[in-house]
Design a protein around this ligand. Structure first.
Ligand SMILES: O=C[C@H](O)COP(=O)(O)O
Length: 257
């Protein structure tokens, strides 16, 4: 990926947030114009808050564009039907989402989602007009066994549909052992994996490949964002815990080169 790709700082709120969290989201919307020269911003709240966040984001828009876009954390592969508790990507789009995370390691672990399932969800996201943020990453055991690139290569091959473009796909590299632990890989390790992903995307998607954003995720904080965001082929971050606070989320964006 070239360094000309505009960074994206995406917040994954996971299973956090109540109606009162609107105050924090409003603080993000108010502060966003100060960092938009550095990065695009996306917040993925729990689905209960999606429509209200999207509606609030509309009222803060500049020249018809949201200063913070709103996304979702998962979707079903079908448009509708007898799937109790599931949400179709068309419903997410209807609620105001522009993107959806698929294949997060917590979904893969908690719900047994395979690469094939993730690929179906990414295709469903595209059907609904959403950008799919496809997550990949190795466990500690896999890293210790020297299998990081093998694991990421297999996940990329199996999870990404054909016909990806820079408009419909974002890849998030999230080492499982770095999520919520305060641990991060070395910048050399991040650089190696992101170059590997960029090379695979270019091989497979030709001219589109180098423009597909590759986010780093796993314990990104204001204190390490500047260093991580400066790594070649890192085009932003998928942020968990630190995205719950407007000040931290905006400070991470401010750290983009
Ligand atoms: O989707 C976000 C990641 O799982 C990272 O979470 P974290 O920033 O809390 O480590």
């Amino acid at each position: 990926m070239t360094d000309a790709v505009r960074p994206l700082i995406a917040g994954n709120w996971k299973m956090n947030g109540l109606k009162a969290s609107m105050t924090e989201f409003e603080a993000m919307l108010r502060g966003a114009p100060d960092v938009l020269d550095k990065a695009d911003l996306l917040v993925c709240p729990p689905v209960t808050l999606l429509a209200s966040f999207a509606s609030k984001a509309s009222s803060f828009g500049q020249e018809g564009r949201h200063v913070v876009s709103v996304g979702a954390q998962d979707c079903h592969k079908n448009v509708s039907g007898a799937h109790t508790g599931d949400i179709a990507p068309e419903m997410l789009a209807d609620a105001g989402a522009t993107a959806v995370i698929v294949g997060h390691s917590e979904r893969r672990a908690d719900h047994g989602e395979t690469d094939a399932v993730v690929r179906e969800k990414a295709l469903a996201a595209w059907r609904a007009g959403l950008t799919a943020i496809v997550c990949i990453g190795e466990t500690q055991g896999e890293r210790d066994a020297g299998k990081t690139l093998d694991v990421c290569g297999t996940q990329l091959q199996g999870s990404l549909p054909d016909d990806a473009t820079s408009g419909n796909l974002i890849v998030a590299y999230e080492p499982v052992w770095a999520i919520g632990t305060g641990l991060t890989p070395t910048v050399q390790d991040v650089e190696q994996v992101h170059k590997f992903i960029c090379d695979r995307l270019t091989e497979r998607f030709k001219n589109e490949g180098p423009s597909i954003r590759i986010l780093y995720g796993g314990s990104v904080k204001p204190s390490n964002a500047r260093e991580l965001m400066a790594v070649p082929n890192v085009n932003g971050a998928l942020v968990g815990g630190a995205s719950l606070k407007a000040a931290d989320f905006l400070a991470i964006a401010a750290g983009c080169p």
